[in-house]
Design a protein around this ligand. Sequence first.
Ligand code: FAD
Length: 410
Amino acid sequence: MNFDMPPDDDPRRVAVREWITSNPNPTKKQVAEAGWNVPHWPEPYGLNADPMHQLIIAEEFAAADVGMPLNLIGIGWAAPVIYMYGSDEQREKYLARIFSEEDHWCQLFSEPDSGSDLASLSTRAVRDGDEYVITGSKIWSSGAHDSAYGILLARTDPDVPKHRGISYFIYPMDTPGTTLTPVVDMTTAHSFNQVFFDEARIPASMLVGEEGDGWRLAKATLANERVGLSSGGAIWGQGPTTGDLLDLIRAGGRVNDPIARDRIAQLHVKSEVLRLNQLRTLSAQLAGKTPGPEASIQKIMADELGEEIMTLAKDLQGAAGMLEGSGPAGPLPRTRQHGATEINFARGEESQFPDVDPVWHYGFVFSPALTIGGGTFAIQRNIVAEHVLGLPREPNVEKGLTWSETRGVS
Ligand SMILES: Cc1cc2nc3c(=O)[nH]c(=O)nc-3n(C[C@H](O)[C@H](O)[C@H](O)COP(=O)(O)OP(=O)(O)OC[C@H]3O[C@@H](n4cnc5c(N)ncnc54)[C@H](O)[C@@H]3O)c2cc1C
């Protein structure tokens, strides 16, 4: 589980530094064109970088404080599927602009009646000549109001078992017949949307892969997965860590409070277990092996720890914790001042708690989402139970039925 990072004069490090020196303050496009933000990708998009090379690039960019294009859904979800299953035209048109973050992408998967059981989705795509006609609704579509395209799962055949009748589309968000309704969450941020499709017509060329193969595509990831060392931030790897909270508790003189001491000690132990588990995954990847069960348990533990970090930070404020903007006073390291809720930061505005980073308050209000998004806590446990522990699978009451039959649709 131990590994040493290559020394300071490693030629791969030097290459990154030289590039940053000759491209001070690079644009996202420049970073993308040089392949730095997806180094694990094959050329011309990436650098075919092995796991250690990827870690070096990430370290050098962080040390130079140079940001990478983000575009999480575009880079993490849309691009690998388009690359592996898309047409040459689709690759040519979309990939470079995803990597440079010129086009934001959203994910149009969940529906009001289909979340964990995503394969039961009802949004229809009916072929009509050279077009597909889309009717239905998606929900929890993060950033859809700020996206040029969405990856859309829609049902093309209702008369086969539910997983088999789904197709995968690229959906231009400005398609006539598309309506977006903002869904404001309890952080008061508008990051979600409900998207309605009212006989919206997209060209048949927007289909990715074969009709009916959408479920397989939705589950596909690039064989050569990105390797990363998360900062251990409470909000899906971003934001403050247990260590940051401990530092602030220490600085505030609360370490002698037996209850605070006990709770932070418990969080410290959990964080260490998570860190070591992550190093196990990384060691396996560096040794060219596929990570085993440790990868499955990481999300379960990290999500719950994130909630606990944010809850302790709030609880320590006592009654003042009921006020917006409260949290432990004191500066956070710059790279950990942002979490998934930064959209709502009221930086620069007057605050009742000017010494407190707003990530604590918004992180607390956001934190219940951690064990829902990306697969709920219960679904993650089902995966571990069935695929890691080999326990019996959940009974499938829909076995042998078509989607129409499961829905009572004739
Ligand atoms: C921050 C955030 C961002 C999101 N962004 C997007 C996005 O951009 N695009 C998108 O398409 N979706 C997005 N989602 C939606 C997300 O994928 C769904 O919320 C998630 O899949 C759960 O579905 P659901 O909300 O319908 O809950 P349900 O599936 O209805 O679950 C309700 C409860 O039942 C439990 N449950 C369900 N099935 C089982 C089972 N088989 N066994 C045991 N318990 C079960 C669940 O654990 C949960 O407690 C986002 C969600 C969050 C929180």
